[in-house]
Design a protein around this ligand. Structure first.
Ligand code: NAD
Length: 456
């Protein structure tokens, strides 16, 4: 196994010189990152096409554009975020002032998955740069063209003692995790998330874990069904369902189930036509191993739409499965593919019981016109985040911290959240020397009685 202690040492020495602490250094680095992305937009799209057959529209919307807008947002607000914040003091601390000083952790390690291989490596990097850290990026080995391009672009834009891409497999991650870094930001699966946290625990390194899980989507009887069908079809089948916040499965109210399923089929045909398998624009499954896992789910329940697949192209049609129960294979783990199982319900409280008995979802979506139903679900189910009457879009707002809860993750980023994740908030009490309150010392007469009065 490779040894990366030289790299961490080199970055720590660079960090300790203090260059990354100035706002101008961080702003210049963000500007350099933006320039390099803009200049290489075409190459990025080509790499994403080769790795996953992503369309240009999807590549721009979900990989390049989203990252460029995060950079703009960070650059717009960074000067304000880096400033020490004055906070209130209490009566017992009379004469003193309280401040919170944001400070970078030091050397950060960012481990990324393959499904949005550019965005999920670069979006955390924006937070690391904004907060004044050095960074080591480990992209996924399953998207080798994007990984190689990212490595080249970063090495052309930054010295390796500041930001460096290390390409490789799980073994490379394992080697990097042996080193003591100051922050670990991981995006990937729940089982690997556990491995990361265990490795981090050895050095007591703080972590953010952006994980996955089964994200439910509820279509209530009073929903705008046509719009729900279109927004669900878009959120589910984008990137061939290989999206951490894609609706994993549907709960559809039994009264509208048949009507809704027809609308969902129409929406799929409107977005992907009837021959998605041969479409040049339809994202493929990342590997044969993932393809093989997904096609076993096609035996579950009844196929209402789709179900065809092409092993040579590693493509699976947008598929809807009905007559599904929790016992089916497709309901055991996160699907992460273009297969949508549908379950029926009559009563929202039964959904609440079913979801709360399972690991907390990364996302949840509610389609309903009723504020009472929306509130009932929000009040009773814990999940990372989500949308009312939409899917996926919550992660595109820089004002909404994005992350999971419980098994779907620890911590949240995007916008100010990304800066906060990579920042330690150092609390400082600045005490006066003009006077010294006597009763703070136990030797002062009646100190205890006086302190009791102040501390009520
Ligand atoms: P993964 O966990 O298999 O791999 C993620 C990264 O970890 C890769 O760089 C990989 O090389 C590395 N890795 C794999 N095994 C490792 C090990 N044993 N030790 C150390 N590192 C290891 O995940 P994936 O298949 O690339 O991505 C899919 C998963 O990621 C899904 O579960 C999805 O929900 C989740 N995901 C979450 C988010 C989010 O923002 N919450 C976003 C995208 C994907």
């Amino acid at each position: 196994m490779e040894n990366y202690s030289w790299l961490v040492k080199k970055q720590r020495e660079f960090f300790n010189q203090g260059a990354t602490r100035t706002v101008s250094f961080r702003m210049n680095a963000l500007a350099a990152l933006r320039t390099c992305i803009e200049k290489n937009e075409r190459e990025l799209m080509e790499a994403l096409k080769l790795d996953l057959n992503k369309s240009e529209f999807d590549s721009y919307l979900t990989e390049i554009g989203i990252v460029l807008s995060e950079i703009s947002f960070t650059m717009k607000h960074l000067k304000k975020w880096v400033k020490p914040r004055k906070v209130k003091s209490t009566l017992t601390l009379i004469g003193s002032k309280g401040y919170i000083y944001p400070e970078p952790y030091g050397v950060s390690l960012i481990i990324a998955p393959w499904n949005y291989p550019f965005q999920l490596a670069v979006a955390p990097l924006i937070g690391a740069i904004g907060a004044g850290n050095c960074a080591i990026l480990k992209p996924s080995e399953l998207t080798p063209r994007t990984s190689a391009l990212l490595s080249r672009l970063i090495s052309e834009s930054f010295p390796e003692e500041y930001i460096c891409v290390v390409e490789g497999t799980a073994e490379t991650s394992t080697a990097l995790l042996q080193e003591k870094t100051d922050y670990i930001f991981f995006t990937g699966s729940v089982p690997v998330g556990r491995i990361i946290m265990e490795a981090a625990a050895k050095n007591l390194t703080p972590v953010t874990l952006e994980l996955g899980g089964k994200s439910p989507c509820i279509v209530h009887e009073d929903a705008n069904l046509k719009l729900a069908a279109k927004r669900i079809a878009w959120g589910k089948y984008m990137n061939a369902g290989q999206t951490c916040v894609a609706p994993d499965y549907l709960f559809v109210h039994s009264r509208i189930k048949n009507d809704f399923l027809k609308l969902l089929r129409d929406a799929i045909i409107e977005l992907y036509g009837t021959e998605a398998l041969s479409s040049k624009e339809y994202t493929r499954i990342v590997s044969e191993r993932h393809f093989n896992r997904l096609i076993t789910f096609l035996d579950d329940g009844q196929t209402f739409h789709g179900g065809r697949h092409d092993r040579n192209r590693l493509a699976i049609e947008p598929t809807i499965l009905t007559n599904i129960t929790w016992d089916h294979k497709v309901m055991q783990d996160e699907i992460f593919g273009p297969i949508l199982p549908v379950m029926e319900y009559n009563d929202v409280s039964s959904i609440i019981t079913q979801v709360t008995n399972r690991p907390k979802p990364l996302a949840l979506y509610i389609f309903s016109e009723s504020e009472r139903i929306q509130q009932q679900i929000l009040d009773n189910i814990s999940f990372g985040g989500g949308c009312i009457n939409d899917t996926v879009y919550h992660l595109s707002s820089p004002y909404l911290p994005f992350g999971g809860v419980g098994e779907s993750g620890i911590g949240a980023y995007h916008g100010r959240g990304s800066f906060d994740v990579f920042t330690h908030e150092k609390s400082i009490l600045k005490q006066t020397t003009r006077f010294d309150i006597p009763f703070r010392y136990p030797t002062t007469k009646n100190a205890l009685n006086k302190i009791k009065l102040f501390m009520k």
